[in-house]
Design a protein around this ligand. Sequence first.
Ligand code: 5GP
Length: 206
Amino acid sequence: MKLNNRGLLVVISGPSGVGKGTVRRALFSMPNHNLVYSVSMTTREKRAGEVEGKDYYFVSKEEFIHAENSGKLLESAEFVGNYYGTPLDKLNENLDKGNEVVLEIEVEGAAQVKEKMPDCVMIFIAPPSKKALYDRLKRRGTENESEVLARVAKANREFRSAYLYDYIVVNDEVNNAADRIMAIIRAEHAKTSRTLDKYLELIDEK
Ligand code: 5GP
């Protein structure tokens, strides 16, 4: 029996290079879910293989600032020289339809989401170690050495915001991390604070 019909806003965050994207893709490849990915807007250059509207909406700085000033973004942040933000359109519509909306964002934006939508589920993806994070960024090869070092320096600050989260999931192995996130989503749906009102209505009807 389903006790709440609204979907969850699931915020997956953590330092760059921790494997948020890989974990998210593993999560979406699992069977029987109604997860919807919230595609972000960014001013970053498109990387080889990235697809407009699927990985990001790639926009100019002017377009980004315009979207932000017109209240079209739930949150936004500057990350190592580029802007990133979550478009608001479709977000509430999807939640009302009962879909779980998944945001994969950096920690500054995650804190803004928690402020604006405190009902969200905050999940911090952590690396098994700082060295593992550095090695992963190097291996990924999408940034040069100085950009890797900038991201590692930022990660050292980002670890300190882990206390803001409801859950910490260590990305020791991608499929394990995705399994844990799915378990969190299922458990969150049964949480008393999300289900009690509906449950009390239902028992009287029977
Ligand atoms: P990348 O350039 O590696 O794609 O992303 C850099 C960082 O920005 C990552 O930590 C990524 O999760 C984060 N990010 C992606 N989209 C958004 C967004 O809409 N808002 C915020 N605040 N961060 C985002």
